[in-house]
Design a protein around this ligand. Structure first.
Ligand SMILES: NC(=O)c1ccc[n+]([C@@H]2O[C@H](COP(=O)([O-])OP(=O)(O)OC[C@H]3O[C@@H](n4cnc5c(N)ncnc54)[C@H](OP(=O)(O)O)[C@@H]3O)[C@@H](O)[C@H]2O)c1
Length: 265
């Protein structure tokens, strides 16, 4: 790990920085001239990223209490941008999924961001920014992704409340309700989502760029992409029973890569 002796007003910590949306954040923040602290479990990937953008590597499993404590302390030591991005999804019939993997999503997408937001809120300078990566799946019910949807719904609520509460301290909290993004998320969950229309998909670079722009503007919520925004608006305004059915129809287009239920490792 590189030295932590950097300007805390120009330091960004990104969880899940080794791939997908997190890696795109890391690249974008490095291009802004920030010192990036890249957090994740896969050391080789983080070190490859660090060679590209001269980042600091912090290998941590955020579901491990000791590791989470180390990351919390690193946030308290001084960052001006915190990106809570690490995540995974499971897919399938709820009773058939492993309960530990279901619960892990609630912890990783809700409890872990809560802990890191708390560490940041007590230490960030005015002008600090927190970006929480939620999902359209948190807007309405998410049949076959029940725990994922519930965890992202909790993150949206937490983020909106903190956006309001931390504003007087000069800290902006922005929640990103991302739609389908071309990353490893679905493959890691053992599902094939290629039957979903191409127009629903975005690149991770686009999601990170839209999120950073929304954060610059001090926005509480962002839906990256026009169709994502439209879908979000529909899901929020439809009667809940209709939103539930629409979500169920969409998620039914996602199919397991094989007959077994999977969870991300
Ligand atoms: N892709 C989509 O369609 C989509 C849509 C909406 C929202 N999102 C959200 O976007 C975020 C990023 O996901 P992605 O799409 O970029 O998928 P991804 O490429 O699989 O990235 C997820 C990252 O989270 C890290 N991670 C997972 N469990 C972790 C743990 N216990 N401790 C530390 N790091 C952990 C992984 O790194 P390691 O394996 O190295 O630990 C990985 O780098 C997630 O919160 C996801 O829910 C994705």
């Amino acid at each position: 790990m590189r030295s932590a002796n950097h300007d805390r007003a120009r330091t960004a910590l990104v969880t899940g920085a080794g791939s997908g949306i997190g890696a795109s954040f890391a690249h974008a923040l490095a291009r802004q001239g920030r010192h990036v602290i890249a957090v994740g479990r896969n050391r080789a990937r983080l070190e490859a990223l660090a060679r590209e953008i001269d980042a600091e590597v912090l290998v941590a499993d955020l579901l491990d209490e000791h590791d989470l404590g180390v990351v919390e302390q690193r946030v308290r030591d001084g960052v001006d941008i915190l990106v809570n991005n690490a995540g995974y999804t499971t897919y399938g019939s709820f009773p058939e999924l492993e309960v530990e993997h279901e619960l892990g999503q609630l912890i990783l997408h809700a409890a872990v961001p809560l802990r890191l937001c708390h560490a940041a809120a007590g230490s960030m300078p005015s002008g600090g920014r927190i970006i929480n990566i939620a999902s359209l799946a948190g807007i309405a019910a998410a049949p076959r992704l029940a725990a994922y949807g519930a965890s992202k719904a909790a993150l949206i609520s937490l983020s909106e409340s903190l956006h309001h509460e931390l504003r007087p301290a000069g800290i902006t909290v922005t929640c990103v309700c991302a739609g389908y993004t071309r990353t490893e998320l679905q493959a890691r969950a053992g599902v094939d989502a290629s039957a979903l229309p191409r127009s629903l998909w975005h690149e991770p670079e686009f999601v990170a760029e839209q999120a950073l722009r929304a954060s610059d503007r001090g926005r509480a919520l962002v839906y990256p992409g026009r169709l994502t925004a439209l879908t979000g608006a529909l899901m929020r305004h439809l009667p809940r029973s209709l939103a539930r059915q629409a979500a169920a129809r969409t998620y039914a287009m996602v199919t397991p890569l094989d007959s077994g239920a999977h969870a991300a490792s």
